[in-house]
Write a protein that binds this ligand. Structure first.
Ligand SMILES: [Fe+2]
Length: 220
């Protein structure tokens, strides 16, 4: 008979990333509002947020007040951030045993939206390696990709396709884990991660806009 010696992999350490899909109405509504902002010089100028951000991008527009006023979006953000928190907490408390998630259901947890902005990238734009300060969580929602993006991505014959991708970086290596994690942008897809985690966005060459929204959140 095999002896298992009570062996158990314990996984008490972060970082974890959660992925979700935003409601279509949220994506459509945000794109319409951003297009409206960009069509008027005054609002475009007053919302310009590029001086506060690391990106080498065509357009960075502050959206914090707009995000807070969109119930469909805030409900989605709060749901995902709460779920992430509970699951991370369970992973830490129970060494990855998620069966006790229910225990935390009644716990009060307030998610705060600290800052949010939209990035429009055109050919050649990029976002150098950075992390987000003054918050606990950061997240991204992909809103638009260039029409010919998929063809460009598929034509990238490098060892790992990176065209227009978001990449997370964690310098530690271990058996069974990665220290680089590449995310291909897909409209409607959403990722949330601990704000200290390094990440960057690689350029693309095709015509069109790659639009994403970033939000910094905190817990109270
Ligand atoms: Fe970022």
């Amino acid at each position: 008979m095999a002896t298992d010696y009570g062996m158990q992999v314990v996984a008490p350490f972060s970082p974890l990333i959660i992925k979700a899909t935003a409601p279509v109405s949220v994506v459509v509504g945000l794109n319409a509002r951003v297009d409206q902002i960009l069509s008027g010089q005054d609002e475009r100028r007053s919302r310009d947020w590029s001086q506060h951000l690391a990106g080498n991008l065509t357009t960075e527009i502050r959206m914090t007040d707009i995000i807070r006023d969109l119930p469909d979006l805030t409900d989605f953000l709060y749901d995902v951030a709460r779920t992430y928190t509970y699951r991370c907490e369970n992973a830490l408390l129970n060494y990855g045993n998620y069966s006790e998630t229910e225990e935390l259901k009644d716990k009060k947890l307030e998610i705060q939206i600290k800052e949010g902005w939209v990035n429009d990238m055109r050919a050649g734009d990029f976002n150098p390696v950075h992390y987000h300060q003054g918050c606990i969580y950061s997240c991204v929602l992909f809103l638009k990709i260039p029409e010919d993006y998929e063809a460009e991505f598929q034509a990238d014959k490098h060892r790992q396709n990176s065209v227009g991708c978001l990449q997370f970086i964690d310098s530690r290596t271990a058996v069974g884990t990665r220290n680089l994690f590449m995310v291909k942008p897909v409209v409607g897809e959403f990722y949330l991660w601990p704000s200290w985690m390094l990440h960057c966005v690689y350029p693309f060459r095709g015509v069109g806009i790659r639009r994403s929204m970033s939000i910094n959140m905190a817990l109270a």
